[in-house]
Design a protein around this ligand. Structure first.
Ligand SMILES: [Zn+2]
Length: 239
């Protein structure tokens, strides 16, 4: 089964539980027995963001990983601190937000495209993470409303973003609504930036530091309201 490795954790002395994101079955947790023994052949490829062909035996409750053959190691990403932090972080987040044993083919393709881009690009910074997360959230069904006001539904000028309501809000609705906590000013340029993060191709995703900070804030507040899972924050080492 073609799978990305998301995470591994120890279980007993020689065993590990490995979280995989497979094309066929979505996120799965498999038991890798004896993986920590020095000669274990599987072990080297069970690091985050390796693409492997995994041989899995499906038990009643526990699924066993019996073999892992590397398909793509993304060696340029591994050789670069910034890039490996980015790829490692997206695996960490996927491990949290993906539902278990539910195929997410579009997100699988998104990860594949993203890692291939990261492998070959010269410029890598955390704007790619923000874009990746927005794209993933949209594919999981959490699409913010940007065209019309999310409260009245009318095609009016919107000056605010409400994470609670899930999109842009017009002046009238802002003054009428009680839930104004975390409602942020949101100008036309910021709206364009958010659209770019959601729909742009990887090489187009660029923005100023100030804009990026605002978009990051927006994303994490939005996540806090709309995903039941707590998304970890990216490494402070990331530029
Ligand atoms: Zn409105």
């Amino acid at each position: 089964m073609l799978s990305f490795v998301l995470k591994r954790r120890d279980l007993k002395e020689f065993d590990q539980v490995v979280a995989l994101f497979s094309a066929e079955k979505g996120k799965i947790e498999v038991l890798a027995k004896g993986v920590k023994k020095v000669i274990a052949k599987n072990s080297a490829y069970l690091e985050p963001f390796f693409l492997i062909e995994a041989e899995i035996v499906e038990g009643k409750e526990v699924w066993h990983l019996t073999k892992a053959v590397p398909v793509e190691s993304f060696k340029n990403i591994r050789a670069n601190l910034e890039k490996s932090l980015i790829a490692g972080y997206i695996c960490e987040v996927l491990n949290v937000i993906l539902p278990e044993r539910a195929a997410e083919k579009k997100i699988f393709d998104l990860v594949f495209g993203f890692l291939n881009y990261l492998e070959n690009t010269k410029e890598a910074n955390r704007v790619l993470i923000i874009s990746f997360l927005w794209k993933s959230l949209c594919l999981l069904g959490f699409l913010p409303t940007l065209k019309n006001c999310v409260i009245c539904g009318e095609d009016k000028e919107t000056k605010y973003f409400s994470a609670f309501h899930g999109g842009c809000v017009c002046e009238d609705c802002k003054s009428k609504t009680i839930e104004t906590n975390n409602m942020l000013f949101f100008n036309t340029q910021e709206k364009q930036s958010l659209k770019l993060l959601i729909t742009g191709l990887w090489p187009q995703i660029k923005m100023s530091e100030e804009d990026l900070e605002k978009q990051e804030k927006l994303l994490f507040i939005f996540c806090a309201y709309h995903s039941e899972k707590k998304i970890p924050l990216p490494s402070p080492l990331l530029k």
